[in-house]
Design a protein. Structure first.
Length: 462
């Protein structure tokens, strides 16, 4: 016997689910559980797309939006339109989730965030909504908002390990590292396979200079990174590569790049920026990456008109330029400038015009060997770089490029003033010790590190 329309059911977190077809519940749970656990099974909800229930259709729309591509809103539109049409038969919680995803599809992120914040207060076990809200806040550089939203859910959802992973990352991005580590470790105690908590703890250890400990920790939990979405598995291996890079284990970093970081889903935005970031850091550390830029650039060349997030566009631009794809890099720069000029929402207008444009100009200049322009334009953008989104560890790439531009431009005193505090905070970093040794050698200062400094790079890269 067929179930009656709008049969009241409950998802795996205890939230009422209004479904036209009760058989869709398994797919809905795959989305809810898969999304908060960073697992690939979240896409299984697309298999229930024939169910016109509002919550199912909204989840399908959200999945399309996570492509982070220019055509994502177009691909999501039929699903969110159906969700809105079915919303009157849904619960208030589901209607709020539908409205939040609809605002995302429409490009109205302030409204989407406000709805997710309301959901966290009124339906705190809707952790898929909470995680989506954190995603938007993260992309706007609002780490206090990320933390506040997660804290709303603690009284109602403390039994769910993935909430503590979300808390951990919120604490860490707010520079509250003791609280971040406690939340991450609690999450892992509740569920050893909690990759977002692993990720948050990797951030804490990198920030605190616990390089060897971080390497061992990630190696010790990496056996659980199965069935994850491509972002989570490649990004956690990217974090392991950062630990190895600080130890000058360059061959191991290249091997991780080839085997784990690049090649899972080459078409995906996050996989692409992981690749760009790691190759750039390797080159800044003096490592020859061979022909690896070319394959990445082939995929970046398809993103010249995306402009989904400034944080993404900047890395697409730098990757193209480092690969020697000058024409598409220039096209992307012009497109970024034109896009910035058309922004109307206050946060977007400010970020695109006052942060992204000068950063883009500086990154292209650096890749082309125009050190003075790179140092000047990146210097303008860096104090406000938080506003483009991304994590501290991710945005550190732009700081490293700026330091390199200052060094290559002969601004050695400025480099020493910036680099020595970084090295002080990271006593286990062989990479920073080498750089300090080079700078002190040029400035005629004592080379105090026990590690032998490397020969200074010659600033002749094209």
């Amino acid at each position: 016997m067929q179930p009656q329309p709008h049969t009241p059911l409950t998802d795996s977190l205890g939230n009422p689910a209004t479904l036209h077809d009760a058989a869709s519940l398994a797919a809905l749970n795959d989305f809810v559980e898969g999304f908060i656990a960073c697992e690939a099974r979240a896409v299984n909800v697309l298999g229930a797309a024939q169910d016109t229930s509002a919550i199912v259709q909204a989840c399908c729309a959200a999945l399309h939006m996570f492509a982070e591509s220019a055509d994502a809103p177009h691909n999501a539109r039929p699903f969110i339109d159906q969700a809105l049409a079915s919303a009157p038969q849904a619960s208030e919680r589901e209607q709020r989730f539908v409205a939040a995803v609809a605002a995302w599809v429409d490009g109205d992120l302030p409204r989407a965030i406000a709805l997710h914040e309301e959901q966290a207060r009124l339906s705190p076990r809707d952790l898929a909504s909470l995680k989506l809200g954190q995603y938007h806040l993260f992309n706007r550089g609002d780490s206090p908002g990320m933390l506040r939203m997660a804290l709303q859910a603690v009284p109602a959802a403390a039994d769910v390990p993935y909430l503590h992973g979300m808390l951990a990352f919120g604490w860490e991005q707010c520079h509250l590292l003791t609280e971040a580590e406690a939340a991450a470790r609690h999450a892992v105690t509740l569920c050893r396979k909690e990759p977002w908590a692993h990720h948050a703890l990797a951030h804490v250890m990198l920030t605190q200079g616990r390089i060897a400990e971080g390497t061992d920790f990630l190696a010790g939990v990496s056996d659980t990174w199965t069935g994850l979405n491509s972002f989570m598995v490649t990004h956690n291996w990217w974090h392991q590569a950062l630990f190895l890079l600080e130890q000058d284990r360059h061959a191991d970093v290249l091997a991780l790049y080839d085997q784990q970081v690049w090649g899972v889903v080459k078409e995906y935005t996050q996989d692409q920026i992981n690749a760009v970031s790691l190759l750039a850091r390797l080159e800044l550390a003096g490592v020859d990456v061979g022909p690896r830029w070319a394959d990445v650039a082939d995929h970046l060349a398809l993103r010249l008109s995306d402009h989904v997030l400034p944080f993404l566009d900047l890395q697409y631009l730098y990757g193209l330029a480092r690969a020697g794809r000058t024409a598409p890099a220039l096209t992307l720069l012009r497109n970024i400038e034109a896009h910035a000029a058309t922004r109307t929402e206050s946060h977007e207008r400010t970020v695109w015009q006052q942060v992204c444009v000068p950063a883009a100009q500086g990154l292209l200049a650096h890749a082309q060997g125009d050190w003075a322009t790179a140092a000047r334009q990146l210097g303008l953008a860096l104090p406000r770089l938080t506003e483009i989104g991304g994590s501290h560890a991710q945005r550190d790439l732009f700081h490293q490029i700026w330091l390199d531009a200052l060094q290559c431009n002969g601004q050695w005193a400025a480099v020493q003033n910036l680099l020595q505090p970084l090295s002080n905070a990271q006593p286990e970093s062989a990479r920073l010790a080498r750089q300090v040794g080079v700078v002190n050698g040029v400035l005629g200062l004592p080379v105090l590190s026990e590690k032998k400094p490397a020969r200074a790079r010659i600033a002749t890269r094209a």
